[in-house]
Design a protein around this ligand. Structure first.
Ligand code: 13P
Ligand code: SF4
Length: 348
């Protein structure tokens, strides 16, 4: 299909048809990106939260964090343009130290990744010596470097169980940790940072717990509530509700299915419901709506991740043209973080 028709189709299917001027502007941008991608021998990886036109036209591979980590290992292209956020681009760099990895915006961070540092993990390891550390991929390289194994939202339970340890440190997402603990029947405890000196932690030694968590949160998923789900179900009794495991436990409990972004997309494709409520970042709902026009996808409330939102068609073109922004990770951190990521890829 020609670029113009593709853009026209996607924008109509998501209910946002473009004017002729917008259509010709976007078509030119997309064609320029495709030319530069060829010229630079680049591959474009796109997370499921990318805006629909970018997602459906310029990416070579789309997916959740786990799938994109795998694609980053497999590529033979010289340049990887990561249309996602910084921690994802860092993972691609760690797995491809000899390639150029570009992130189209300097400001595409993540509230979970910035909730914890390598220093925090070292503190926890000192308090709980010998306890294996699992870190969510939504962390920066210095945190991964302190971990025994990484996990994503699609394999957290498998990773924790595979460590065969009575106790596991699981960082940094409070809700993913609570949802995982519930799934595998473990108790979780959250140590507190002691504010007086800022680098000590406090915890209740008398508690019975098999997981030690951290109170990082996704600024998008923490905003969904179980009341909203109940309201929506009252209005639409045939509604199928899907939630990301970064949502609060009561929201996950109120949903019909919880899984990674790709797991949710696959669920919509395979099930025969007519109307779906997606409790995740709203661009994802649009991306699924463009694939399954016969199904109604509702994203209420619509919450856009301000970090994912930094990655536009314009920024992607500039990334390829001006070689920006190059992701660098110090050699020793890269080496240690690679071990934790590879362990996850081998396990799952
Ligand atoms: P996925 O691994 O499910 O794609 O999630 C990544 C993410 O950042 C969710 O907010
Ligand atoms: Fe981070 Fe949440 Fe944005 Fe995902 S949606 S990148 S977890 S802030």
């Amino acid at each position: 299909m020609q670029t113009k028709e593709m853009i026209e189709r996607v924008s109509k299917q998501i209910g946002k048809p473009l004017s002729d001027t917008e259509l010709s502007y976007k078509t030119q941008l997309v064609n320029e990106i495709l030319e530069w991608k060829e010229k630079r021998n680049a591959v474009i990886l796109g997370h499921n939260y990318m805006e629909p036109i970018l997602y459906h036209t310029v990416t070579d591979f789309k997916g959740d964090s786990l799938e994109l980590s795998r694609k980053a290992v497999e590529t033979d292209k010289e340049v990887i343009v990561f249309c996602g956020v910084r921690f994802m681009a860092e993972t691609a760099k760690i797995l491809n130290p000899d390639k150029t990895v570009l992130l189209p915006s300097e400001n595409a961070g993540c509230s979970l990744a910035s909730s914890i540092t390598g220093e925090h993990v070292r503190m926890l390891k000192k308090k709980f010596p010998g306890t294996p550390v699992v870190v969510y991929v939504n962390t920066y390289a210095d945190v991964k470097a302190e971990a025994d194994c990484c996990c994503t939202s699609s394999n957290a339970a498998t990773v924790v169980k595979s460590l065969k340890s009575d106790r596991v440190i699981f960082l940094p997402d409070e809700f993913l940790a609570k949802n995982t603990a519930r799934q595998i029947g473990r108790h979780i405890m959250f140590p507190k940072l002691v504010k007086s000196n800022g680098n000590e932690i406090e915890f209740d030694v008398n508690q019975d717990y098999q997981m030690i968590g951290w109170q990082g949160r996704c600024e998008v998923h923490e905003r969904f509530t179980a009341e909203e789900v109940q309201e929506a179900r009252k209005k639409f009794p045939d509604l199928v509700v899907l939630a990301h495991p970064e949502c609060p436990p009561e929201v996950v409990e109120a949903a019909d299915f919880a899984g990674s972004t790709t797991a949710m997309a696959k669920y919509v494709g395979k099930s025969d419901g007519r109307r779906y409520l997606l409790l995740t970042e709203c661009a994802m709902g649009d991306n699924i709506a463009a694939i399954y026009p016969e199904k109604e996808i509702i994203s209420l409330p619509r919450i856009r991740c301000p970090h994912m939102n930094q990655i536009t068609l314009e920024a992607t073109l500039k990334a390829l043209k001006y070689n920006q922004y190059v992701i660098e990770v110090p050699e020793d951190i890269q080496m240690r973080a690679r071990g934790a990521i590879q362990r996850m890829l081998e396990l799952c």
